[in-house]
Design a protein around this ligand. Sequence first.
Ligand code: BG6
Length: 369
Amino acid sequence: EKGGYPSFMEKEINDQPDAVAQTLLGRSDADGNLTLDEIRVDPSVLKNIDRIIVLACGTSAYAGQVARYAIEHWCRIPTEVELSHEFRYRDPIVDENTLIVSISQSGETMDTLMAVRYAREQGAKTVAICNTNGSTIPRESDAVLYTHAGPEIAVASTKAFLAQITAAYLLGLYLAQLRGNLFQGQIKDILAELAKTPAKIATVLENADQIKELARSMADTRSVLFLGRHVGYPVAMEGALKLKELAYIHAEGFAAGELKHGPIALIEEGQPVIVVVPSPRGRDSLHSKVVSNIQEVRARGAKTIVIAEEGDESVKAYAEHVFYVPETSTLLAPLLTTVPLQIFALELASAKGFDVDQPRNLAKSVTVE
Ligand code: BG6
């Protein structure tokens, strides 16, 4: 059942090309146009949506944070991501023009279910992104977009995360198509790029030996910082979460730009810092700013570990270790850059002898508030 792998976690990390491919399957027609029949919300209602709130917990919330960049960029609809358990208690502004997108692997997380119920009572339309057929959150939502990652057994989420990002991107493209925010050709191009990601994830998995070796050599590490910018920021937080969950190591993810406003005080000789670097081909000088951040922490003694795009030579001078992922567009990069961070946490936890499938104190689905 573990497919020859020593743990479900390792199997599920290796299942990721398939998890993304399955989530894309059947959602575009022969001409490469998006078809998302399962969104059974009246198109005229969706055309009037003036706000999107993504509700989720844990890793699913980081998938929402990644998706937010794409949804706002493609649809021009203000989008926020809120932890389900915080949402209800702030007297949120929700009405019939609000689209609630819940993200839950299990579909049973009580915090998220209660938040969805609350939003529905306020008149909001609700779409669930979920990995578990017939579970409670989809049943209580107006529509469901299933991630087809297959059953996820390990408590800490991996393949569901990539499938959630994929599904949320499809939803964003669907809204952009419906509302005329993108040309059909642009949507086709993005779908074509998405279709190439499973093979690229497979490449990352095939080239994982060095990051495994590094992780095993770091079993005594007490703290790891993760930095990212734009979509790399939630990826950094997810990388930190994986390390906490699996290896019980103190880890924090920061927005790289925030470094100078506080976290840089943490940097001392030997502090490991893992930096998720955006593509040098991307817009807005994101890349050069993150490279400056690597220099800043390095100058203060940090041990710099960098995840960068294949061909990006500029990071080599400042990184003790560089791990490359294949080229893709800025918005799709999380589907690749997350994978080495998952492997890093898995290997480090394994080196410490921990049960990576059943980390202490955690449950796969938390059905209490
Ligand atoms: C946590 C799980 O308790 O719930 C995490 O341990 C998960 O792995 C989180 O990300 C949210 O779960 P779900 O099922 O709502 O995605």
